[in-house]
Design a protein around this ligand. Structure first.
Ligand code: KIV
Length: 277
């Protein structure tokens, strides 16, 4: 809170400075009401392209467009005061050229008010990260299992087992040297995530990685039990909201069929009630 009583939002340099310090708390959000719920508890709120699978029923994140990301990011921005808002660049919006990456990232920032973007990819994305950060666009990187590359990996497998560990380690080092202010490590073996966290100078944000990471992120619908299509091992369900909602909807349907709803308190009389006093 500033002297004028205005809440000061967390910035990318604030997150960068958290290396080796208190864990960075991150969750996704895609809507204003959820943004309002998570903002006070999180350092980073990510509008992830997981929105395509979680809210739009897409089979992967590959069908998510820049316009979809902008629409959800605007909604999330309206619900936020304190956390750093980071928005995913969707598949196909940054890989073609440095200019394409800048044009689309700048549009995302200008139209949504987000303070940073997230790009998937390691060493091959480093040049883009360097180009964007040099031009005023803070970048959060994402290595390990990068879901936009699902077809290259042949599924959502753990990345960096055995000899493949060096590839992920080099990816993490490359994005950090390119100027990313933090890096998501997704679905990599725990010892590798721990080693990367010890050896690179920027905060690592784990998802299916290690408690030793500098922070953690989960998809909010996963941890609330609202997304049931599949349940990755790395998700901890803090509540089963899907089951709670399903029971409530069943109770409503019964009430309607039995004419128990609407009850007297839900309907209106002929005359407005007299105003007292
Ligand atoms: O799209 C997403 O939600 C993500 C997080 C899981 C890191 O990239």
């Amino acid at each position: 809170m500033s002297a004028a009583g205005v809440v000061k939002a967390i910035t990318p340099p604030n997150i960068r400075a958290r290396k080796g310090s208190t864990p960075v708390v991150c969750l996704t959000a895609y809507t204003t009401p959820v943004a309002r719920l998570v903002d006070g508890h999180c350092d980073i709120v990510l509008v992830g392209d997981s929105v395509g699978m979680v809210l739009h029923g897409l089979p992967s994140t590959l069908g998510v467009t820049l316009d979809m990301m902008i629409m959800h990011a605007k909604a999330v921005r309206r619900g936020m005061e304190r956390a750093l808002l980071v928005v995913d660049m969707p598949f196909g919006s940054y890989e073609e050229s440095l200019e394409q990456a800048f044009r689309n990232s700048a549009r995302l920032m200008a139209e949504t008010g987000c303070a940073a973007v997230k790009l998937e990819g390691g060493a091959t994305t480093a040049e883009t990260i360097r180009f964007l950060t040099a031009r005023g666009i803070p970048v959060m990187a994402h290595v390990g299992l990068t879901p936009q590359a699902v077809n290259v990996f042949g599924g959502y497998r753990v990345q960096g087992r055995g000899e493949d560990a060096e590839r992920i380690w080099r990816d993490a080092l490359a994005v950090s040297e390119a100027g990313a202010f933090s890096v998501v490590l997704e679905k990599v073996p725990e010892p590798l995530a721990r080693r990367i966290t010890e050896e690179i100078p920027i905060p690592t944000i784990g998802i299916g990685a290690s408690a030793a990471c500098d922070g953690q992120i989960l998809v909010v619908d996963d941890m609330l039990g609202l997304f049931g299509d599949f349940r990755p091992k790395f998700v901890k369900r803090y509540v089963e909201l899907g089951e709670v909602a399903s029971a409530a909807i069943e109770a409503y349907a019964c009430d309607v069929k039995e004419r128990r709803f609407p009850a007297a308190e839900h309907v209106f009389g002929d005359e407005p009630k007299a105003i007292k006093g």
